[in-house]
Design a protein around this ligand. Structure first.
Ligand code: LIP
Length: 294
C-alpha cells in the first residue's frame, strides 16, 4: 500500500549506504575484475558482494517481493508485474575500477513493470538521489542538506539541442551498426550548424547511466541519449527523473512511451511534454532512417 512506500524507501537508502561503504572500502586495484563480453565490459568482486548483500537484506525484509539484479540475473528472467526490487550494485563499474568518482548503487522498486521508488547513491561524492511516485524527487548531499529536484529552473521551452548539454554513454559494444549510429550522431550533435550539425553546448560521458538520469533530473544536464543500457541501469533514475518533471522517450524515433524492458532511452528535463518535444524530435530527426537494433 501507499503508506508502506516511505518505509521501503528508508530501507533502500539504508542498504544503499551499506553498499556505499563496501564500495569506498574496496580497493579496486586488488579487486579481481572479470571481463564479460569484452575488455570494456567488466564486473568486480565488489559488484558481486554488494549485490549479494542487497539481495539477502531485501528478500529477508520483503520475502514476497521479487528481485532482479545485474549480477544474479537468472537465464530468461524477465521483469514481471509483481513488486520487484531492481538492483545495479555498481553502475559505472569502469569508473569504479579506475577510481573515477562517478559511480553509484542503483536500487528501485517496480510494480506492474513501472518504477515507483528510486534510490541512486554515489558514495564517493555523498550524493543521494531519491524519489517516490507522486511525492517528488530529492537530492541529499554529503553535508546533510536535502533539496527538491530540479535544482536549476527549467528553461521553457527547451526548444533546440543547440541550447543543451547532452550526455551520451558509449557502452561496451564497439562495432557494428549500433556503434556506427552512436558515433555518427555524437559527431552530428557536436558539429557546427553551418556544417549541418546541431551544435550542442557539448557532450558529456560520465560513465554511469543511473547518474546521467539523476543529473538530468537535477538540471545539470538537459538530455541523456543512450541505446543499449539495461533495466537495472535506468530503473531508479527513471522515477527520479519523472518526479523532477522530466520525460523518458525511446532513443529510436517515434515512441514516447518506452517500457523498462527495452534498451533504448532518451531522457530530457522539462516541466511539460510540449516543452521537451523540440529536442527529442530534433535528435530523432538526425537519425534519418537509422535505428538501434538489439
Ligand atoms: C554501464 C552504464 C554505462 C553504459 C554501459 C553499462 P555498469 O553500467 O551505466 O553508462 O554505457 O553500457 O551499462 O555495467 O557499469 O553497471
Amino acid at each position: 500500500t501507499e503508506s508502506m512506500l516511505p518505509i521501503i524507501q528508508d530501507k533502500l537508502v539504508a542498504i544503499a549506504q551499506t553498499a556505499g561503504k563496501m564500495m569506498v572500502d574496496a580497493d579496486p586495484s586488488v579487486d579481481t575484475s572479470d571481463t564479460k563480453k569484452n575488455s570494456s565490459d567488466r564486473v568486480t568482486e565488489t559488484d558481486k558482494a554488494v549485490e549479494d548483500m542487497v539481495k539477502s537484506r531485501l528478500l529477508s525484509a520483503y520475502p514476497r517481493f521479487a528481485f532482479l539484479g545485474e549480477e544474479t540475473l537468472k537465464d530468461g528472467q524477465k521483469l514481471g508485474d509483481e513488486p520487484t526490487f531492481v538492483c545495479d550494485p555498481i553502475d559505472g563499474t569502469l569508473n569504479f575500477i579506475h577510481g573515477f568518482p562517478n559511480t553509484a548503487v542503483s536500487l528501485a522498486l517496480t510494480v506492474e513493470k513501472k518504477p515507483i521508488i528510486g534510490v541512486v547513491y554515489n558514495p564517493f561524492r555523498g550524493d543521494l538521489f531519491t524519489a517516490i511516485k507522486n511525492r517528488g524527487a530529492y537530492l541529499t548531499t554529503a553535508n546533510g542538506s536535502t533539496k527538491r529536484l530540479p535544482l536549476r529552473p527549467i528553461p521553457a521551452p527547451l526548444a533546440s539541442l543547440n541550447d543543451c548539454l547532452v550526455a551520451i554513454e558509449w557502452g561496451s559494444q564497439r562495432q557494428g551498426s549500433n556503434w556506427d549510429l552512436r558515433t555518427s550522431i555524437a559527431q552530428t550533435l557536436m558539429t557546427s550548424k553551418s556544417s549541418g550539425g546541431a551544435m550542442v553546448h557539448s557532450i558529456r560521458s560520465n560513465g554511469s547511466a543511473a547518474l546521467d538520469f539523476c543529473y538530468v533530473a537535477a538540471g545539470w544536464l538537459d538530455v541523456f541519449w543512450e541505446g543499449g543500457v539495461w533495466i537495472w541501469d535506468v530503473c531508479a533514475g527513471w522515477i527520479i527523473l519523472e518526479e523532477a518533471g522530466g520525460v523518458v522517450a525511446s532513443a529510436n524515433p517515434g515512441d514516447w512511451n518506452p517500457t523498462l524492458e527495452g534498451r533504448l532511452y532518451f531522457a530530457v528535463r522539462g516541466a511539460k511534454r510540449a516543452e521537451q518535444e523540440g529536442v527529442v524530435k530534433e535528435l530523432w530527426g538526425l537519425m534519418g532512417d537509422r535505428r538501434f537494433v538489439f
